[in-house]
Design a protein around this ligand. Structure first.
Ligand code: DGL
Length: 278
């Protein structure tokens, strides 16, 4: 068991993802817990994780965890549905630190919101094929049906900055993925990948009237509860500090990240190598 001993309530929250998508979780944390320091790691050299084997996803996410532990974080948010679906249980067995995932909070939220019991799910190949959402939803509400669609083209498009409304390529691809779900009559859709909230406005246009659940926002509510229960909420009154580490192309990350977060990321962003945490 790998342990993290050097933390207290003023230690940072660790957040990791395979890339840019984890910023959707960071944005929620900044809005809901503004006094918390955050250390973010995005594995931009190896994104996407969603088309890889379980073994590889587990190995990469172990390194991501070690990177964050080396920064003395007090809790880790897995801001990646792919890692949560494929590696969460292993990470919980191997690391002695509280871990917040993305799948369970979003599944619960969708079950609360649906009225006709037809829930759509979009995610990476790994997330959809793991069946993690379906199993959880069926446990919470056996009368719900989950209609799933793997969307392997979306993460590469988003990572290359194609997530803005009016981008004909991403709009066409997204329509192709979503229309079959709409035809099933879903009234709620889970954006089961932390990259997808960047496409929120386009999804809303394609699926009017459908409730949209973003995994990042649902999990921040759990994060707050967990920190409070562990007496680890930061009681400082000053704005939290945020540091961003990526394994490749920090400039590109900082450009897209600054637009998305509405704050300058560049001067807080550095390149880091997760391989040293093997
Ligand atoms: N952001 C990741 C997720 O939530 C997916 C990106 C990837 O495939 O690496 O599943």
């Amino acid at each position: 068991m790998e342990t993290q001993k050097k933390y207290d309530k003023h230690s940072p929250i660790g957040v990791f993802d395979s890339g840019l998508g984890g910023l959707t979780a960071v944005k929620e944390i900044i809005e809901q817990l503004p006094h918390e320091d955050i250390v973010f790691f995005g594995d931009t050299a190896r994104v996407p994780y969603g088309n890889r084997s379980r073994e590889t996803i587990i190995e990469y996410s172990r390194q991501d965890m070690r990177f964050l532990l080396a920064h003395d974080v007090k809790i880790v948010c897995i801001a990646c549905n792919t890692v949560d679906s494929m590696a969460r249980l292993t990470l919980e067995q191997e690391f002695d630190i509280p871990i917040i995932g993305a799948v369970s909070p979003a599944a619960r939220k969708a079950v609360q919101l649906t009225k006709n019991k037809k829930i759509g799910l979009i995610g990476t190949f790994a997330t959809v094929s793991s069946g993690a959402y379906r199993k959880l939803i069926n446990k919470l509400a056996p009368d719900c049906t989950v209609y799933s669609q793997a969307c392997p083209l979306l993460v590469p498009l988003i990572e290359s900055g194609r997530f803005h409304k009016g981008d004909a390529v991403v709009e066409t691809v997204l329509r192709d993925y979503l229309l079959p779900l709409q035809a099933q009559g879903i009234d709620t859709i889970i954006l089961g990948c932390t990259h997808y909230p960047l496409l929120y406005a386009i999804v809303k246009d394609i699926l009017p009237g459908v409730e949209i659940v973003c995994s990042g926002s649902a999990s921040t509510e759990y994060l707050r509860e967990k920190l409070a229960a562990l007496d680890l909420l930061n009681d400082s009154e000053t704005e939290g500090k945020r540091r961003f580490y990526v394994s490749d192309a920090p400039e590109e990350f900082a450009t897209h990240g600054s637009v998305f977060l509405g704050m300058s990321v560049r001067e807080h962003c550095e390149k880091a190598d997760p391989d040293i945490y093997q």
